[in-house]
Ligand binder design. Structure first.
Ligand SMILES: *Cc1c(COP(=O)(O)O)cnc(C)c1O
Length: 370
């Protein structure tokens, strides 16, 4: 029996029926663009995350773009971005004419390294973007202290970590603003593209709300160079349903993580198959279960040959992307991130796995490495 990497769509016939009812309601109200379904989801998300302001937007990339723009990031500015993340963490900065300044990550967790972030701050640094990778926090205590000390803004890319917390506070709500993606493979997944920005600051919220719709102050008066980043009504309707089930999804993912840990220990593999460490003060919603393994590409191919889904997040660093060649980085500039790219492997951890699946995956890895 094969094991898939992701679980897409409704979980069961009951949820499927809920989706269709919500979609019918949206059609009948012709609430296609923003509208009631999105407003309701925003209110629900505010309560869930305990933040005063949330904006539903078109996707996680637009959320970053609008958040950065609301912080005043533009040409000539620098933004500190971790060397390991999804492309959009850096491209959103570059699209605004600013420069992503990459900083290496911590060996235990692959999260932004505060000492490396500090080393790259210049008088042009406008902001830093901690990315809460794989479902847990970057080391926010140190990063927030650094931002305070140097007077730079913090925008959190929490695309992979909706509902994860740092010292009890929701990720995304710790800096000036925080962004989420509800892409179909994320823990809280829409039925297409969607995203969100949250903030505790009312002035930032008003600016972002205007930027979401072309910077229109009303009556076609454009105060800012905004963008079209509206969320679809259909996505708001689906996300409201999914949000109700999210805590159960996260409990199932945490159980699977425990089963992986136990299987690795039980098979005496902890020196060879090494799960990433945990960030102090953070909980974990297990967007990914990442292990570091020798002969990673061979292990990955062997798992896939046996029908076990797995994937590499990420096979190369952001500074090594061809589109950033102009920044002049070389192999060896980000040794920790580069080492991660060579040996990380993401294993299936979604909430529809069977109880025995994690052990089967670890058994298959053990056999391959034997
Ligand atoms: C998914 C993701 C994004 C982009 O979100 P989209 O909704 O796909 O635009 C940005 N940053 C990180 C870290 C992500 O994982």
């Amino acid at each position: 029996m094969s094991i898939s990497m992701v679980a897409l769509g409704p979980d069961d016939l009951e949820e499927r029926a809920e989706w269709l009812t919500a979609l019918e309601r949206t059609v009948d109200a012709t609430a296609f663009c923003l509208g009631n379904e999105v407003t309701n989801f925003e209110a629900q998300a505010c309560e869930f995350l305990d933040v005063p302001f949330a904006l539903g937007v078109s996707n996680g990339t637009d959320a970053l773009r609008i958040g950065l723009q609301a912080l005043g990031v533009g040409p000539g500015d620098e933004v500190i971005v971790p060397a390991t993340s999804f492309f959009a963490s850096a491209s959103s900065v570059a699209h605004l004419g600013a420069t992503p300044v990459f900083a290496d990550v911590l060996p235990e967790t692959l999260q932004l390294d505060p000492a490396e972030a500090k080393r790259h701050i210049t008088e042009r640094t406008k902001a830093m973007m901690p990315v809460h990778l794989y479902g847990q926090a970057a080391p926010m205590g140190e990063l927030l202290a650094l931002a305070e000390e140097t007077g730079i803004e913090v925008i959190e890319d929490a695309a992979q970590s909706f509902d994860a917390r740092y010292e009890g506070r929701a990720l995304g709500s710790l800096g000036r603003c925080g962004t989420f993606s509800f892409y179909v493979t994320k823990n809280l997944a829409a039925a297409g593209d969607a995203g969100m920005i949250v903030t505790r600051d009312e002035a930032t919220f008003e600016r972002m709300r205007s930027l979401r719709v072309h910077g229109d102050a009303g009556g076609y008066q454009h105060e800012h160079l905004g963008w079209n980043a509206r969320m679809d009504g259909f996505q708001g309707a689906i996300l409201s349903i999914r949000l109700e089930r999210l805590r159960a999804v996260h409990a199932a993912r945490a159980k699977n993580a425990g089963r992986y840990h136990a299987a690795i220990e039980a098979r005496g593999l902890s020196d060879i198959v090494r799960p990433l460490g945990l960030t102090d003060g953070s909980d974990h919603v297990w967007h990914q279960y990442i292990v570091r393994v020798p002969n990673r590409d061979h292990v990955m191919q062997s798992l896939r040959d046996q029908g076990i889904g797995c994937a590499v997040y990420y096979p190369s660093t952001l500074p090594s992307q061809p589109v950033f060649a102009n920044l002049g980085h070389r192999d060896g500039d980000f040794p920790v991130a580069e080492a991660g790219c060579r040996d990380v492997l993401g294993l299936p951890i979604h909430h529809r796995l069977k109880d025995e699946d994690p052990d089967r995956v670890i058994a298959a890895i053990a056999e391959t490495l034997a």
